[in-house]
Structures are given as C-alpha cells and as structure tokens.
Design a protein around this ligand. Structure first.
Ligand SMILES: NC(=O)c1ccc[n+]([C@@H]2O[C@H](COP(=O)([O-])OP(=O)(O)OC[C@H]3O[C@@H](n4cnc5c(N)ncnc54)[C@H](OP(=O)(O)O)[C@@H]3O)[C@@H](O)[C@H]2O)c1
Length: 246
C-alpha cells in the first residue's frame, strides 16, 4: 500500500475487533501508530513494531479529549491519518429506549468521534494532506428491529463524512467512511448472542460471502488511508460480503 510507511496514524477502537486489525495491518506497512482506547492492558498487549504510542482515553470525556489532543500536538506536532473505529452497539426497541440509553450510543458513535476529530482539526494535529476513515454500517440502509439508536448514529456519520469531505478539501484532507456488514468481533458477537441459531444462520446466509473477519475490513481501511485513494473523498465504501446486493 503506497504512502503509509512512516506516516503517523491514530487509531481509536484500537484494542479490539476491526480497529485492532487495522493496527496490525498498519504496523506491517511500517506506519507509526498512536493507539487510543480505555483498556490500557488490551492496548499494551498488541505487540507491534515500531512501538506504538498508547493513549488511554474515554472518548466520551470531552476534557480528556482536549488534553489528549494537546499532549499529542506537543509531542508529535502533527499526524497524517485517523482511523476512528471506536463504537458502541445495542439492540433495543425504541419504546424501550430512554434519553440516557439513546445518548449512550450516540455519545460514542457520533459525539466522541466528531468531537475528537474537531479537536484534532482545531489544534492542527491532523496535518494538511491527511486522511480520515470513519465507521458506518450496513445497518444504515438495511435497518433492523432494535437498531434505531445504532443505525441512526451511523447514518449521522455518513452525513458527516460528506460534509467534512467538502469542508476539508481545501486543506487536502480526505474524509471517507467504511460501512461493514456483520464482521466477527466482540461487538457482533454480543449482537449475535441475542439471536436464535436460526436467526444467525439466516443473517449469515444474507451475506453471500459469509460473515466477515476484522481483517476483511482493515484492508479497505488501509486503502482509503493510502496514496492509492488520493482522489477519493466523501465516499462510503460498503464492505459487506455482498449483503447489500443480495
Ligand atoms: N463488527 C461489526 O459487525 C460491525 C459492523 C458494522 C460497523 N461496525 C463498526 O466498526 C467499528 C469497530 O467495531 P468492532 O466490531 O471492531 O467493535 P469492538 O470489537 O466492540 O471494539 C469497539 C472498540 O471501541 C472502543 N470504545 C468503545 N467505547 C469507547 C469509549 N467511550 N472511548 C474509547 N474507546 C471506546 C473499545 O475500546 P475499549 O473498550 O478498549 O475502550 C473497542 O476498542 C465500530 O464503529 C462499529 O460500529 C462493526
């Protein structure tokens, strides 16, 4: 993948699932990594070279985000890429939601993600010519019972991707999103555990290439960060094993 070696790339959600897989792939490309998550032990257990910078941060804590961005600005000057994979998922009919439960999903999937990015842009931590990858989901288009909070939060990310791409084009900062289908991670395992074996089999059959693995999404994320994608911005790349066309 062209143009990733030596680039400083920050990954949120780095401790698990797709974010972790992105870290492993980026390390293979010799990127210089900054890993963000709440679980220090999980972040430190990712053995990659060169040694990544570990940042323990709850991204729903606005004050902590400001401090983190200021620390990174002072220490690194700038970064060239952001993979904003941190996310939260829940299954609950809207009538069972409360303002607090809705806010919990939106706080991680929308406010934390855009709050971090806004702070990184304001401080100029994210350099001119940088690339950002956000995370949507096929749930935006397919929907599903109990997915109102999650799917709507990811719809907001797709809308933000398009506006940000336009807002940042003059700085040559590219902003794209990936929209995965079901990928086997702790997040999807939590969701699938609430379904019957028949429902899981039906959902898997709706993915012509079967459920995905984290690495199936990490490759497209690296592509969007790389020089190969230099003329792509404002796009939502569907990575779903054929779910959306089945
Ligand atoms: N897996 C799928 O089927 C699927 C499908 C479509 C879209 N996606 C999207 O892909 C992204 C990655 O999902 P995944 O399946 O890899 O999830 P995952 O394995 O559950 O990992 C979620 C990550 O988010 C981090 N996180 C959650 N809340 C946080 C907070 N308040 N502050 C900081 N970090 C926080 C977690 O870190 P700690 O808990 O260590 O802090 C963890 O690293 C998410 O945005 C998800 O919505 C996933």
């Amino acid at each position: 993948m062209q143009g990733l070696a030596g680039k400083k790339i920050l990954v949120t959600g780095a401790s698990s699932g797709i974010g972790r897989s992105c870290v492993l792939r980026l390390a293979q490309e010799q990127a210089s990594l900054i890993l963000v998550g709440r679980n220090e032990q999980a972040l430190r257990s990712i053995a990659v070279e060169p040694q990544p910078r570990i940042c323990v941060c709850d991204l729903t804590d606005e004050t902590r985000i400001k401090l983190l961005v200021a620390e990174l600005k002072k220490e690194l000057g700038s970064i060239e890429g952001c993979v904003l994979a941190a996310g939260a998922h829940d299954v609950r009919p809207l009538m069972m939601e409360s303002p607090t439960s809705l806010q919990k999903i939106w706080a991680v999937n929308v406010q934390a993600c855009l709050g971090f990015l806004g702070a990184a842009l304001k401080s100029r931590l994210l350099a001119r010519g940088g690339a950002v990858v956000l995370f949507s989901s096929v749930a935006v288009r397919a929907g599903g019972p109990g997915l109102v909070a999650y799917a709507s939060s990811k719809g907001a990310i797709e809308a933000a991707t398009r506006s940000l791409a336009l807002e940042l084009a003059s700085q040559r900062i590219r902003v794209n999103a990936v929209a995965p289908g079901v990928v086997r991670t702790p997040m999807s395992d939590g969701y699938l555990s609430k379904l019957s074996p028949e429902q899981v089999a039906h959902l898997e059959a709706q993915h012509p290439l079967g459920f995905g693995q984290p690495d199936d999404v990490a490759g497209p994320v690296l592509f969007l960060l790389s020089e190969e994608a230099r003329w792509i911005t404002g796009a939502v790349l569907v990575v779903d094993g054929g779910f959306s066309v089945a």
